[in-house]
Design a protein around this ligand. Structure first.
Ligand SMILES: Cc1ncc(COP(=O)(O)O)c(C=O)c1O
Length: 335
């Protein structure tokens, strides 16, 4: 791969690939593997540590002094960007969707503030309005003499997606060690899809790994299928072109609609599946991303118990505690 931007190391890679044998027994199906990107080892960034390594690398290479991005009040990308900026010696300015911040602060916003980010409100509950507000904020900073590096929501640019093109090669290397378990069967890799950067990067990286290394199943958690399909394929093509990779293979990717009751709204079935994952493997799944993808995986293995699957656990652990209260009453005494 041609590295167009330098890596600024944030994550501890490779993340482990493990077999989930207790979950297999519980679901009565063939091998289930998991790629533990909840363990990328940088704050609670999960999968977002990967794009940020190349985005921060590009910002530093261009002499920028402030990262500018935005998202919803629950955005893992916003807090991860704030912390990445802090460790890289950059400032960070965020636009959060909404007209007011709830009290207590949403955990990702509190984390971003704790890391030193300046938080602005978009003045609009529609998350899409953040995009224009981020551009305006970047332009204002430029006028004021700053050197902003502006990132769209989720870091979904060709450079951000490149972090996951590298992850495709990482997984392929690791799967060589699981050939006895896979026994020549083609693996289905399942991951949640929000902005599309992770899925697009994986699709772009797969094309240089020989004949269809796995079937990629992306679970859209926020956008309608036609929109996310066009977005992911376009981003994958841009990423491949920028990185000097072969063009992505269209039929390596299947996208399904996993939105259910809506963004960040888990169904009873999602919560039940998440409890199974917690009780059999100790995985923490969040209601916006990983729960939705995991439920699609559970449905797939019920329909087809013979096909081996890999769950790409993308993290989201800040929001992962099932049914927990947002704040604790104050207590006294020693720990
Ligand atoms: C925990 C988690 N999983 C998955 C995703 C989706 O990744 P992408 O935006 O690259 O599609 C996100 C996005 O913020 C996330 O926070």
């Amino acid at each position: 791969m041609v590295l167009r931007s330098a890596r600024y190391q944030l994550a501890t890679l490779p993340t482990p690939v493990q077999r989930a044998e207790r979950l297999e027994r519980r679901l009565g199906c063939g091998p289930i593997l998991v790629k533990r990107d909840d363990l990328t080892g940088f704050a609670a960034a999960g999968n977002k540590a990967r794009p940020l390594e190349y985005l921060v690398g590009a910002a530093l290479a261009r002499g920028c002094d402030v990262l500018v991005t935005g998202g919803g009040p629950g955005s893992n990308f916003c807090s991860a960007t704030a912390i990445a900026a802090a460790v890289a010696g950059l400032d960070c300015e965020l636009v959060i969707a909404g007209v007011a911040l709830p009290e207590p602060l949403p955990p990702n916003v509190a984390l971003a503030r704790a890391a030193g980010a300046t938080v602005h409100l978009s003045g609009d509950d529609d998350r899409e309005a953040v995009d224009a507000a981020v551009e305006r904020l970047g332009a204002g900073l430029r006028t004021a003499g700053r050197r902003p590096f502006v990132l769209p929501r989720g870091g979904s640019t060709a450079t951000g997606a490149f972090g996951f093109a590298v992850a495709a090669a990482e997984l392929a290397d690791q799967l060589a060690g699981w050939s006895g378990v896979l026994d020549g069967r083609r693996l289905t890799v399942v991951l949640p899809v929000g902005s599309g950067a992770s899925c697009a990067g994986l699709l772009a990286g797969m094309a240089s790994l020989g004949q269809h290394p796995w079937h990629l199943l992306g679970v859209s958690v926020s956008r309608p299928l036609a929109e996310i399909d066009a977005r992911v394929r376009c981003l994958a093509a841009d990423c491949a072109a920028e990185a000097g990779l072969p063009p992505p293979v269209a039929h390596d990717l299947e996208l399904v609609d996993g939105r259910g009751a809506g963004f960040a709204a888990p169904s009873e079935a999602n919560l039940d599946d998440a409890r199974s994952a917690l009780r059999s493997e100790g995985w923490l799944l969040d209601p916006t991303y990983t729960m939705k993808a995991f439920s699609v995986l559970v449905r797939r293995v019920h329909e087809d118990p013979e096909t081996p699957v890999l769950f790409w656990h993308t993290g989201g652990v800040v929001a992962a505690v099932l049914g927990a209260r947002p704040s604790l009453p104050s207590t006294t005494g020693t720990a």
